[in-house]
Design a protein around this ligand. Structure first.
Ligand SMILES: N[C@@H](CCC(=O)N[C@@H](CS)C(=O)NCC(=O)O)C(=O)O
Length: 233
């Protein structure tokens, strides 16, 4: 994401046309669009429209409506677990998923401190849960775990320094960091995790937080050591 927002990369061009920026895709759907241009986007090729640009909605659509197209594997939102999954998604959004952003973009000390405390209070709470059970809603991997994973994967790499969420590292939480490795070691997940892209993106594109675009050398994030979580119920 550069000064003109998200752009297509030379090795991953616009699959639908000759757009250079994601903005071009939004304009294709709504020619007078002037709102925010954000990822992710779920695009409908038949109607040439954006179906949704809200990650939580897209995750559910991919899981339920597009189940017939899936290569296999259990659903991430089985019907009997949906109420609990939705509760956990609600519970982690504000302190964790959005909490790191609220801390990182805060322009007042008190706002930063409130957000940063909320992040670590939530981590402390979910660490205790994950010490007893393999995933946030029990023994099965669900959408709630994917939502927690995306923030946790980036935590030591980016949020700890860039967003000043530095009370503890994720690596200091044995259960949470094992949980991240458990998910990251799945080949289909791992193929979507480019740690260099993640780090460069944040340090390079958020110039209000990092005006000189210096990308730090560290830290090293260990995704490969055994997690030992298969034994948990
Ligand atoms: N509610 C949206 C928020 C999406 C969002 O804010 N995406 C960020 C990247 S994580 C973005 O594209 N930002 C572009 C910008 O702010 O210009 C979701 O979670 O899907």
């Amino acid at each position: 994401m550069g000064d003109d927002g998200w752009s297509f990369a030379p090795d991953a061009p616009d699959p639908l046309g000759d757009g250079r920026f994601l903005r071009d895709v939004y304009l294709r759907a709504v020619p007078r669009y002037t709102g925010r241009v954000t990822v992710p986007v779920l695009w409908d090729k038949k109607t040439s429209r954006i179906v949704s640009n809200e990650s939580r909605e897209i995750m559910r659509m991919l899981d339920l409506e597009m189940d017939a197209l899936a290569k296999g594997g259990p659903p991430l939102a089985p019907p009997e677990l949906v109420p609990r999954i939705d509760e956990v998604l609600d519970a982690i959004y504000e302190p964790v998923n959005n909490g790191v952003y609220r801390a990182g973009f805060a322009t007042k000390q008190a706002a930063y401190e409130e957000a940063c405390r909320a992040v670590f209070e939530a981590f402390d709470r979910w660490e205790a849960v994950l010490a007893r059970q393999r995933f946030l809603c029990g023994a099965a991997l669900t959408e709630a775990d994917i939502a927690m994973f995306t923030t946790c994967l980036r935590f030591d790499l980016v949020y700890h320094a860039h967003f000043k969420c530095n009370v503890r590292r994720l690596a200091d939480y044995p259960a949470l960091s094992g949980f991240v490795r458990d998910i990251a070691q799945r080949p289909e997940v791992r193929a979507t995790c480019n740690l260099d892209h993640i780090k460069t993106h944040y340090y390079w594109s958020q110039t209000t937080v990092n005006p000189h675009r210096i990308v730090p050398l560290g830290p090293t994030v260990d995704l490969d050591s055994p997690h030992g979580r298969e034994a948990l119920g």
